[in-house]
Design a protein around this ligand. Structure first.
Ligand code: HEM
Length: 462
């Protein structure tokens, strides 16, 4: 019985670390070996990188021996810096016997129903009327979406309504990687911002703000309280919730909007589809009210839905991580040693020409409209898979569809430079699942129709 082949071992330990820092989110694709699984020797830990879809399924089946709970507990502790007592509760469960990790595992289950389709209200999702002006598209989407998402989730007491919390969040996020790596000396600004956010969320919970929030917010609070997590630490753990909630939806929406607006034929097709899911009525004052049906967006807007899927395939770079709890023979063939890490880099699957065809590197939403080939389910990993499959995927998809639909129905965007440049993502942090663009795109916004400024819009669930 042998471990998977060791690669990138020019200078032991140093070579893989050097390239990880150089290549960041592109590391695994750049390193791509046509091996089903290989080993990287890192200081203090062995990492097994899984490439074959058959082995991905085998890893996901072994959710106790190849566990996710210890990974997320460690990340939560480093990010949130909770009290010693809370760390004890989390660690004793996540690192104890095989099959424990109850706090972390049950948390996933506890929040799942709250994130199922249709569970979050979208009333707050109406875009504020915009003046015609120029701005950076990414920045604009970010500001608008953060308010829409957090209003929907945290309710009227939403701490994000204060600009210092919004700014603090992006400051916290900017050096988050150092916190995750345990290098807090390099993340002083993030730590300062974290404490400001924690204090405003502590006040939010203390004044029962969560009771008027969405089900997900109430459930998270109640679950933590039931597990004896003190209020201050509940506020700390919400940082992880915010990161999951905001940081992937915003850039994913940006790329969806970018690909639609930069292709006039696609824009037209999506507008026609959304138009078919929009009904016109009069409000009690006799004004025209146009309502977009949310379930119709998912079920009856194939081009729009295909764009979202293709953006998730082409732009996400998430990596699933597991810890080996006992020596284990994967598929009866590869020895995985206790204490090592198993990773499944999604981007390796998403860029595989044998799976997606020769144009795997290009944006082509039509591959999801009229699939020409069989795609193994484990090859689409935008939301991970197995026990750690993203519980927010339905919520995220609904938000992205709703936001984009409203945008394309109401606004035209014209790039100030005349053409749509394709932004790079070299500066994205290694933890980002959907990388943000390096440079923003300056656009001019305008209402699509005369009279649109005074038009009223709403969403309905069905
Ligand atoms: C486009 C948006 C999103 C993308 C691309 C995304 C992607 C992912 C990925 C790749 C994982 C890791 C899966 C793995 O390790 O196998 C994950 C986990 C997770 N996501 Fe998302 N996510 C998104 C939105 C959200 C939202 C909106 C929420 C919450 C409301 C959320 C909550 C979570 C949580 C809690 C986990 C950890 C799962 C666990 O504890 O087992 N995500 N997500």
């Amino acid at each position: 019985a042998t471990e998977p082949l060791i690669v990138a071992c020019g200078i032991p330990f140093f070579t893989p670390i050097y390239w990880m820092f150089r290549k960041k989110t592109n590391f695994y694709v750049w390193l791509r070996y046509h091996l089903p699984i290989y080993t990287l020797r890192l200081p203090g830990v062995r990492m097994y990188v899984v490439n074959s879809t058959t082995l991905i399924t085998a890893v996901q089946r072994q959710n106790k021996l190849l566990a996710f709970a210890p990974i997320k507990v460690k990340a939560a502790i480093r990010l949130a810096s909770p009290s010693k007592a809370t760390i004890n509760i989390l660690e004793s469960e996540a690192f104890g016997e095989i099959g424990s990790g109850e706090y972390a595992n049950m948390f996933h289950k506890a929040i799942q129903t709250q994130l199922s389709p249709g569970s979050v209200e979208f009333q707050d999702m109406a875009l504020a009327s915009r003046q015609e002006r120029m701005f950076g598209l990414y920045q604009w989407i970010r500001e608008d979406m953060v308010m829409s998402i957090t209003n929907a989730v945290y309710g009227p007491g939403n701490p994000f309504k204060y600009s210092y919390v919004r700014e603090g969040f992006w400051e916290f996020e900017s050096r988050m990687m150092y916190l995750l790596l345990g290098l807090s000396a390099l993340a002083k600004g993030s730590i300062r911002a974290r404490e400001t956010i924690v204090e405003s969320f502590r006040r939010y919970y203390a004044s029962n703000g969560h009771r008027s929030g969405a089900g997900i917010t109430r459930t998270r609070y109640e679950y933590n309280a039931k597990n004896q997590i003190p209020l201050e630490d509940i506020a700390r753990f919400e940082l992880g919730g915010m990161v999951a909630l905001i940081t992937n939806i915003v850039p994913t929406t940006f790329w969806v909007v970018y690909h639609i607006y930069s292709d006039p034929a696609l824009l037209e097709a999506c507008r026609n589809e959304v138009n078919g899911e929009t009904c016109e009525t009069n409000d009690p004052e006799g004004r025209k009210l146009r309502t977009i049906c949310l379930s119709g967006l998912e079920n009856s807007c194939p081009s729009l839905m295909a764009v979202v899927k293709e953006v998730l395939r082409l732009h996400t770079v998430g990596t699933s991580v597991r810890r080996v709890m006992e020596d284990h023979m994967l598929s009866g063939k590869y020895l995985l040693k206790k204490g090592s890490i198993v990773t499944i880099p999604g981007q390796v699957q998403h860029s595989d020409k044998a799976i997606w065809g020769q144009d795997a590197g290009q944006f082509n939403h039509e591959r999801f409209l009229t699939p020409a080939r069989h795609i193994p389910p484990s090859a689409f990993r935008a939301f991970g898979g197995g026990v750690s499959l993203c519980p927010g995927r339905h919520f995220a998809t609904s938000m992205i569809l709703a936001f984009t639909a409203m945008l394309i129905m109401r606004f035209d965007f014209v790039p100030v430079r005349g053409t749509w440049p394709r932004p790079t993502t070299e500066r994205a942090g290694a933890w980002e699942v959907t990388p943000q663009p390096d440079e923003d795109i300056e656009v001019q916004i305008g209402f699509r129709n005369i009279g649109e400024k005074h038009q009223r819009w709403a969403f309905s669930l069905f």
